[in-house]
Design a binder for this molecule. Structure first.
Ligand code: SAJ
Length: 403
C-alpha cells in the first residue's frame, strides 16, 4: 500500500494538494481545525470555488478522509497561512508552528514534515527546527513552497515546476517521489534556505513589476498620456515586459510576502518597501479619479457603483482585495454604503451589495470596474449611457475613463 499522507490546512493550497494526492492513489487524511471548513467537506461540499475542483473531489473521494486532528502518517504536508505582523512586518509563524506541534504529538520517528507555507530564508532553521529538536523524535523536514495561482490552481499544480528544499538528499528524494505522483512539471531539489528565498523572491519580483506599471499610470495621468499604449509599445522591445496597472494588489501572497524581506532586512530593501507603498497607494489613486469624474459630471457621490469585490478576475477570493481597501476610504470621502456588485463572490460581504446586476446598474451613474471578470467584459454593452471608470482597462466603449 502507498504511504499515508496527512495534509494539515485545507485552504486554497492544502485542499487542492490533498485532493490531487488522493486522486493519484495516495491514502490521504485532510486536517483542518476550522469547524466550518470541516463540516462542508464532510458533507461533500467545497468551501470555495475553483475550476475543476468539484471533479477532483469526486476522483479523490475513495482515498481521502477529513478530520480535525492529525494522526500517525509517514508524511505530513503543512499548508497553513503565514501572514505578517503589522508592526514589525516580520512573518507571523504561529499557524505553522501550531500545525508542526500538532504533527509532532502524533507522528513517529522518521516521519517527514513538508512545509508548503511561504516563509523568508532561515525561518525553518530558526522557528521550526527547535520544535523538532525539542520533540525527542527523529523527524525530518523539507520545504516545498506552493506556486499556484487562484483560478488556474489545478492546471498549475500539475504543470508548474516546483522547488523542493531539504538538507538531507534522502528526504529530498522521498518528497520528490510524493509530489511527482501529481506534479508533471520539473522538480528541482535544493537546500531549505534556497527554497524559502526563491518563493519569497518570486512574489516580490511580481509586486515590484506591478508597482512599476502603477507608478507609470500615475505619471502618464499627470501628462495626459495613454499609459496602456505606452506599455504596449514599450513591450514591443525584445527585452521589455511591463505588467498592467490596476486598482491595487490583492490576494494572500503578493501584498504579503515582500513584507517578510522588508521586515527581516529593513536597511537592505528600500526598493521592495517603496514598491509595496506604491501598490498600497492605488485604492487612494482610484478615489482621486472618482472624485475628478464626479466633479466633471456633477453626479451625486452616492451614485458611484463599485463593480468587482474579488482581488482579481474570475475568482471568488476577496483576500486583501483592492475593492475592500477602497471601501474603507470611500466611507468618509463619498458617504456610506455605495452600491457594490460582484457576480462571483458570496452575497452580503459588504453593505449595499447587490445580487442583481441590472439593479446595481440602476443604482449607479458612475460604474467603477475594479475587477476584470469575464462577466463584465461580456456585458460591457449594458454600460452604455453610464459613466465608467475602468481601472483594469478591460472593456471597450466609446467613452471610458481609465486610471
Ligand atoms: N495585478 C496587477 N497587474 C498585473 C498583474 C496582477 O495589478 O499586471 C494584480 C492582480 O489584479 C491581483 C494581484 O496583482 O490583485 C495579484 O495577482 P496575481 O495574479 O499576480 O497573483 P496571485 O496572488 O493570484 O498568485 C501569486 C502568483 N505568483 C507569481 O505570479 C509570482 C502565484 O504563482 C503564487 O503561487 C501565489 O502568488 C502565491 O500563493 O504565492
Amino acid at each position: 500500500m502507498e504511504q499515508k499522507v496527512c495534509v494539515v490546512g485545507l485552504g486554497y493550497i492544502g485542499l487542492p494538494t490533498a485532493l490531487s494526492l488522493a486522486a493519484n492513489g495516495a491514502p490521504v487524511v485532510g486536517v483542518d481545525t476550522n469547524p466550518v471548513v470541516l463540516e462542508e467537506l464532510l458533507a461533500g461540499r467545497l468551501p470555495f470555488d475553483e475550476e475543476g475542483l468539484p471533479e477532483l473531489l469526486k476522483a479523490a473521494r475513495a482515498n481521502i478522509v477529513f478530520s480535525k486532528t492529525c494522526c500517525e502518517c509517514a508524511l505530513y504536508i503543512v499548508a497553513v497561512a503565514t501572514p505578517y505582523l503589522s508592526d514589525t512586518k516580520k512573518i507571523d509563524i504561529s499557524q505553522v508552528a501550531g500545525a508542526v506541534k500538532d504533527v509532532l504529538r502524533c507522528c513517529h520517528d522518521n516521519a517527514v514534515i513538508v512545509v508548503e507555507s511561504t516563509m523568508p530564508p532561515g525561518t525553518t532553521e530558526k522557528c521550526i527546527r527547535p520544535l523538532l529538536d525539542g520533540s525527542g523524535k527523529n523527524v525530518r523536514i523539507a520545504h516545498a513552497p506552493e506556486r499556484v495561482s487562484p483560478g488556474r490552481m489545478l492546471v498549475e499544480l500539475t504543470e508548474n515546476a516546483r522547488v523542493i528544499g531539504a538538507d538531507d538528499p534522502k528526504v529530498a528524494e522521498e518528497v520528490r517521489a510524493l509530489y511527482s505522483t501529481f506534479c508533471k512539471g520539473e522538480i528541482m531539489l535544493t537546500g531549505i534556505r534556497t527554497a524559502e528565498m526563491t518563493k519569497v523572491v518570486e512574489n516580490t519580483y511580481r509586486d515590484i513589476s506591478i508597482a512599476f506599471a502603477n507608478e507609470l499610470a500615475k505619471i502618464c495621468r499627470q501628462e495626459n498620456i495613454d499609459v496602456y499604449n505606452i506599455i504596449r509599445l514599450a513591450n514591443m522591445h525584445p527585452r521589455v515586459n511591463i505588467l498592467q496597472p490596476g486598482p491595487g494588489v490583492g490576494g494572500h501572497c503578493i501584498p504579503v510576502d515582500p513584507w517578510f524581506l522588508v521586515g527581516d532586512y529593513p536597511a537592505l530593501s528600500p526598493l521592495i518597501h517603496e514598491a509595496r507603498k506604491v501598490n498600497d497607494s492605488m485604492p487612494e489613486f482610484v478615489l482621486q479619479r472618482i472624485n475628478y469624474i464626479l466633479r466633471e459630471k456633477c453626479f451625486a457621490p452616492s451614485r458611484v457603483g463599485l463593480y468587482g469585490i474579488s482581488y482579481k478576475e474570475d475568482v471568488d477570493d476577496v483576500r486583501e482585495s483592492p475593492t475592500l481597501q477602497l471601501l474603507k476610504k470611500v466611507k468618509s470621502a463619498l458617504g456610506p454604503d455605495l452600491p457594490v456588485f460582484d457576480p462571483l463572490t458570496k452575497p452580503n460581504l459588504v453593505a449595499n451589495q447587490y445580487v442583481s446586476f441590472d439593479e446595481f446598474l440602476a443604482a449607479s451613474d458612475l460604474v467603477v470596474i475594479m475587477t476584470a471578470h469575464r462577466h463584465i467584459r461580456e456585458n460591457a454593452g449594458k454600460l452604455t449611457g453610464k459613466a465608467v471608470l475602468d481601472t483594469r482597462h478591460c472593456i471597450t466603449l466609446e467613452e471610458v475613463y481609465n486610471l
